[in-house]
Design a protein around this ligand. Structure first.
Ligand SMILES: CCCCCCCCCCCCC[C@@H](O)CC(=O)SCCNC(=O)CCNC(=O)[C@H](O)C(C)(C)COP(=O)(O)OP(=O)(O)OC[C@H]1O[C@@H](n2cnc3c(N)ncnc32)[C@H](O)[C@@H]1OP(=O)(O)O
Length: 242
């Protein structure tokens, strides 16, 4: 009996150790990931500042940082995986919408339509994303290391109140500026007749994307407001199942 109890406790200890090892691996990975992403967005911030100081204009800025931006924004897809495997307590849907809309902005709008790359709206969302991500990833990093300075926590849960609407404005104005070029060139569209018998009009697709901000953006914004109340004001929030 005693030996069974001992066996049981050994098994339990083993399971606990496994859990601890797994979470230690997760913490190590997340710490590495967040440090790399903070560094990436800092590099982008410095490249943008250097470009503007040297050239005195925003024209050509997007082209000069495009590769770095595409790399770090695309890598953020990993975050959907973090949620899916449960190593961070965030909804896959909320993260998916946030990350996919950014990737769409980068690859299918700004990168694909050269004529809009010098629009002021592009600079607006680039600056807003960069400030947001430096704050967000450094928040996660310091939080994981249990050394979170209050001003980073404060910035993480207050900046979005201004940054989210500004970022959305930059994104929507950029898509709007792209519409005439998309209509004129018929890019990424499929007209009938074709061998697949399928028709797709990227112009109307972009209009649908713009309209989808109306229901989706408030959900992200209110999610952040709830997080803000939870973290800064200590409110207990009962999460609904996904
Ligand atoms: C195919 C075409 C699609 C087109 C769709 C078009 C519709 C688009 C509508 C949407 C528009 C979005 C526009 C947007 O791009 C504009 C901007 O971004 S503007 C700049 C302002 N933006 C922000 O402030 C971004 C805010 N968003 C986020 O922070 C996240 O993306 C979000 C998922 C929304 C929220 O994050 P989360 O729920 O994770 O909140 P917390 O930060 O409070 O964290 C919760 C817990 O998870 C832990 N966590 C999360 N990630 C990590 C990580 N990487 N490392 C470590 N830990 C992490 C975090 O610590 C919390 O843990 P705990 O609760 O235990 O404390």
């Amino acid at each position: 009996m005693a030996s069974m109890e001992e066996d049981g406790s050994v098994e339990e200890k083993d399971n606990n150790n496994k859990k601890r090892t797994k979470s230690a691996i997760a913490v190590a990975w997340l710490t590495f990931y967040n440090i790399a992403m903070t560094a990436g967005w800092l590099v982008l911030a410095m490249a943008m500042m250097r470009f503007y100081i040297q050239k005195g204009t925003h024209k050509g800025l997007y082209k000069s940082i495009a590769r770095t931006l595409k790399f770090f924004q695309t890598v953020a897809l990993v975050e959907v995986g973090h949620c899916a495997i449960g190593i961070v307590r965030t909804s896959v849907i909320v993260t998916g919408v946030q990350v996919c809309s950014r990737i769409f902005m980068v690859w299918f709008i700004t990168n694909s339509i050269k004529q809009i790359q010098n629009e002021e709206s592009v600079i607006l969302f680039l600056v807003v994303w960069t400030l947001t991500e430096i704050t967000r990833y450094s928040f996660y990093t310091f939080n994981l290391l249990n050394h979170l300075p209050y001003f980073i926590k404060w910035a993480r849960y207050n900046m979005f109140i201004i940054m989210y609407p500004l970022g959305v404005a930059g994104e929507l104005l950029t898509i709007y500026a792209a519409l005439p070029f998309v209509r004129k060139t018929g890019m990424l569209s499929m007209r009938l007749p074709n061998k697949y018998n399928v028709s797709f009009d990227y112009y109307y697709f972009l209009i649908i994307v713009m309209l989808s901000y109306i229901p989706l953006f408030p959900q992200l914004f209110f999610h952040m407001l709830r997080q803000r109340r939870k973290v800064l004001l200590g409110e207990i929030i009962v999460e609904k199942d996904e």
